[in-house]
Design a protein around this ligand. Structure first.
Ligand code: SAM
Length: 269
């Protein structure tokens, strides 16, 4: 089955579901196709509280951006930014300070096209279509160079994305390349799926995602801690998303392990 709508980018393979469109569906968005929704329904069987997990990841992203704003950061590099939804980084940051600058990065066609559309009239926010596992492509892109000042602190955002980076891609080196490009006092916000919290569900998710463009690789807390090399991990450490400096009564008494995802923020030395 195919779908035709005016926001569908040219040449996109509608038959191959993507993580960006699956996440959009879980968050209640409309930028997804039949095969994405089928994958999402299988994801929901594997991980019945997947929508809650997505919302908590998104809430962590928001809190981490506000934390960085409070600590003087006025520019952000958002890697694996996804399809624009409620509470995008430029909205959060520019509401706090209209001069805040944001570069989004995603390799997925719908994420790129829809971001470009909504940012067309925003001179202080842009999107680069690139693979974040190739830091040179991101850091040397004209949009990045044009908008970000690498002599000043940058908020490096890697929310809900590194579980798509295979161990063979050398994730530690990828993060080190970004770390070495940014000024001391910059921050890294990181979140990703783990087996530590909900192992049976995680194993099922990994199986489901094998049929997508974006297979998944959960990481343990020690593995995630290693990725923060060169950053001081701030309180409360690497914790389930809902426990990272919560600002509301999250989970309504549920076990925070149900977050399924670990989150943490570090400050570059
Ligand atoms: C689950 S979404 C997370 C969106 C957003 N960061 C958040 O936390 O709400 C993950 C996004 O990362 C993107 N992504 C995955 N691997 C990527 C890569 N190697 N390069 C660029 N984007 C990637 C996917 O296309 C998807 O849009």
């Amino acid at each position: 089955m195919t779908e035709e709508t005016d926001w569908v980018p040219q040449g996109i393979d509608l038959e191959r579901p993507s993580a960006a469109r699956l996440y959009d569906y879980l968050l209640g968005g409309g930028h997804n196709f039949a095969h994405d929704r089928e994958l999402a329904e299988r994801f929901l069987v594997a991980q019945p509280n997947a929508r809650e997990i997505a919302r908590h990841n998104r809430a962590f992203l928001r809190r981490s951006v506000l934390f960085m704003i409070q600590n003087g950061v006025r520019q952000f590099l958002d890697l694996g930014s996804g399809i624009p939804t409620v509470g995008n980084v430029h909205e959060i940051a520019q509401e706090a300070d209209p001069t805040a600058r944001v570069v989004y990065v995603d390799y997925e066609e719908v994420a790129y096209a829809h971001s470009a559309l909504i940012l067309a009239d925003n001179p202080l926010a842009t999107i680069v279509q690139a693979d974040l596992t190739r830091p040179g492509d991101v850091l040397n892109a004209p949009e990045t160079v044009g908008l970000l000042d690498f002599t000043e602190p940058i908020g490096l955002l890697m929310a809900g994305v590194f579980h798509f980076v295979a161990p063979e891609k050398n994730p530690q080196k990828i993060i080190a390349d970004y770390r070495d490009a940014i000024a001391p006092g910059s921050y890294l916000a990181f979140s990703q799926f783990t087996r530590d919290l909900m192992p049976a569900e995680m194993d099922r998710i990994v199986e489901v995602m094998k049929s997508s463009r974006d297979p998944m690789y959960p990481r343990s807390r020690p593995e995630i801690t290693e990725l923060f090399d060169g950053f001081d991990i701030l309180e409360p450490g690497i914790v389930p998303t809902a426990l990272w400096r919560p600002d509301t009564g999250l989970y309504d008494g549920d076990d925070p392990k149900r977050a399924g995802i670990y989150a943490g923020v570090g400050r570059k030395r």
